[in-house]
Design a protein around this ligand. Structure first.
Ligand SMILES: O=C(O)CCC(=O)C(=O)O
Length: 448
């Protein structure tokens, strides 16, 4: 089955609705097997992920710069996770981003449903990862947005590509494989999402095209684009429609603009970190950025909402996984902890540090560093007293570039551990399975 044909295998249940319904026992799909349940007992060891002051990377004092690079290197080798403070991102912007997304989850369910996602791209409002029927589910809802592949072109492009604009509601009616009907509630228009592949254009992006108002007189304009010219016209129509949507709904515009501003700041932070990772691995300063595709990198964001859970000892907010991409910059909830990082046989709870981001190495940096830097398994626990919101910004290589261990890090006694693979190929593999510990990147390792 092609990715375009994949659908959710079971009806989607919003975890927030379950939580708000006042149930005292969670449904069995959320109950993890005993070996995967979290221990809510106090930890045996009081360990914390390192906290690194990023401003020291540009200190006038060379010894402080190299000491900080040393801290980055040991955090990436031993933990795969660290906090950054003095990272250059405005603290007020961080707070606003978190709160505007929290408000999204407080919207009436009917409004959020306009953004319901499908497993073709995962774009939009979702409640499950993976499409295997009968799998155990996690206690969270999320909003997933894919950002521009060329983030350096400015905020406008990032804003346009925000999936908030892709107001989708899947219906039974499908015209071509992969086409999805969308209803834009605010405008009362029907749109149809056509993968560009339908027109023979080799690209996996979708375009929203051709609107059909509920006014029957306009039904006639509904047809699928059959040429590139029609596609251009359809795109223009789409832009008009989106502009109208913005005009009518300034609140939505506010969230898009904030996402754009936030994303641009996070890209700058990632570029800074990419340099630090390169140098601390003994590579040229721009090595990793170039390996990711230079300016043509990719990024996406998952905002997770973990509702209160009546039986937090039986389930998880997010199952153990390593991040498939390059690196992740997490803005955690400032009040409620939940993220746990694997350290040997233990799960270490990450405590909120004021105004800090949590940075972690993803599978692609593990591959490029030939496993010197570790993409470490992590998971999220929930609790019965407080809900939690987090924003995970994923900075990824360009999807079409082969990622393989840096030649400079290969030695006779350190052979390459991974075969070359594009991020698109890797991501496809992950998206069908959902969170699976470290099994995905480990399964690529060459036998030694
Ligand atoms: O919510 C968190 O703290 C972690 C989120 C996460 O790991 C993810 O979105 O991949």
């Amino acid at each position: 089955m092609s990715l375009q044909q994949i659908t959710w295998p079971e009806p989607i249940v919003r975890v927030q609705s379950l939580s708000n319904s006042g149930i005292t026992a969670i449904p069995k799909q959320y109950i993890k097997p005993p070996s995967s349940r979290p221990s809510l007992a106090p930890p045996a060891r009081d360990l914390h992920i390192p906290v690194i002051d990023l401003s020291n990377l540009v200190s006038a004092e060379p010894s402080l710069r190299s000491e900080t690079l040393g801290l980055v290197s040991s955090a990436c080798r031993e933990w795969g996770f660290f906090h950054v403070v003095n990272h250059g991102v405005d603290h007020a912007l961080m707070g606003r981003a978190r709160e505007i997304w929290r408000e999204f989850f407080y919207l009436p369910m009917e409004m959020k449903q306009c953004y319901a996602n499908a497993p073709v791209t995962y774009e939009g409002y979702g409640s499950r990862l993976g499409v295997e029927k009968g799998i155990k589910l996690d206690w969270s809802d999320y909003f997933f947005s894919s950002l521009s592949s060329n983030l350096n072109e400015g905020s406008e492009k990032v804003a346009k590509s925000s999936s908030l604009l892709q107001v989708t509601r899947q219906t039974a009616a499908r015209r071509l494989p992969g086409c999805v009907d969308c209803y834009v509630r605010d405008l009362d228009v029907q749109l149809i999402v056509y993968p560009l592949m339908c027109l023979g254009i080799a690209d996996n992006h979708c375009v929203l095209t051709k609107l059909r108002r509920s006014d029957p007189a306009e039904l006639a304009i509904e047809q699928q684009p059959s040429s590139a010219t029609e596609l251009v016209l359809a795109r223009a129509e789409l832009m008009l429609c989106l502009n109208e949507l913005r005009r009518r709904n300034p609140a939505r515009l506010a969230i898009e603009e904030l996402v754009a501003e936030y994303s641009n700041e996070l890209v700058k932070l990632c570029e800074k970190l990419m340099k630090a990772f390169s140098v601390s691995l003994g590579l040229e300063e721009d090595y990793l950025q170039k390996a990711f595709g230079g300016e043509e990198v990719g990024a996406c964001m998952r905002v997770s909402f973990y509702p209160k859970c009546p039986q937090p000892d039986l389930t998880l907010g997010l199952s153990p996984h390593s991040d498939p991409g390059g690196m992740t910059i997490l803005l955690p909830d400032d009040q409620v902890s939940g993220l746990q990082v694997r350290q040997g046989d233990d799960w270490i709870t990450v405590k909120p540090v004021p105004n800090a981001f949590v940075v972690n190495i993803g599978d692609q940096l593990q591959v490029l560093s030939n496993s010197k830097y570790k993409s470490v398994e992590h998971r999220v626990i929930v609790n019965s007293a407080k809900e939690r919101v987090s924003l995970a910004f994923f900075y990824n290589p360009n999807g079409n570039i082969l990622i393989e261990p840096a030649k400079e890090l290969i030695k006779e006694d350190q052979p390459p551990l991974y075969p070359p693979m594009t991020f698109n190929e890797y991501r496809l593999f992950i998206r069908t399975r959902g969170p699976c510990g470290k099994s995905q990147v480990e399964s690529l390792k060459s036998p030694r």
